[in-house]
Design a protein around this ligand. Sequence first.
Ligand code: CP
Ligand code: NVA
Length: 316
Amino acid sequence: MAVNLKARCFLSLNDFSSEEIRHLLEATRVLKQQFKTGNKPLALKGKSLGMIFQKASTRTRVSFEVAMYQLGGQALYFSANDLQLKRGETIADTARVLSRYVDGLIARVYAHNDILDLAQYATIPVINALSDYNHPCQGLTDLFTIYEKKKTFKDLKIAYLGDGNNVVHSLIFGVAKVGGTLRVATPAGYEPNPDVVKLGQDEAKKNDARIEIMTDPFFNDTATTEIYTDVWTSMGQEAEQKKRVRDLKDYQVNQELVKNAKPDVLIMHCLPAHRGEEITGEVIDGPNSIVWDQAENRLHTQKALLVQLMKEKNVE
Ligand code: CP
Ligand code: NVA
């Protein structure tokens, strides 16, 4: 049966089948190609997207706003201080009301339950623009970026170094769905959420994928095809910053690590980067880095996502 994602919410990559994720990746490829060749379909003409941000954002906010503009629609940005949420109106009531005005919602929240509540009470598609639990828009972009470079997921050996956070949770869910190997190396005490690991490993078995969790940073592994890292201190964890820098110092992605890897290893980071902490400036600016393509692809994957969830019936 043809994949149809109309009216779905996008809260976690784990809610989507392997086929649905591949459908989104193909839709991204087509939209990106159309965009690069000057053919810009206004698939969301007349549609509005509400964007609620409890936390800061550069890429997510700007790429969603521009995506809506390029698709012929409009985006409305609300910081945590703009809405009556700040004065005690519930998330459920906010969802009910905004559903009467706009055609889709994205939200960046601290507590994942907030995004679940929004989705439960909204009658329009809700997209998770990052929570403390996961970051599925980033995960989708990461899969697209890897596929764009490698044309396959089968032989991938992705190494993630750092803190077991929201970004790696989505990477676990994503790789588990499409195939390849993801090895996550964190210091003891910084492992990814065990429920995510269990869900990912169960899913991986069905899709010829492997998810491995370890504490040793694998400096000498010459089979690694991508090295991925993220900030050691996520938004909301600022009070732990000094301890995190101490505890995670051996997990830095630096020139030494890159030198010991395959010459064509790809360096990935969801950004923003803290140069000198999880990654050195030399590596992020070096020839193996694909972080700027990765950042650009947020725009293309989110356009595909918006079209697929908010489209009229006759849009493929
Ligand atoms: N990667 C990412 O989501 O970046 P922003 O926090 O700038 O949106
Ligand atoms: N793990 C980071 C990702 C930012 C895009 C954070 O939550 O701050």
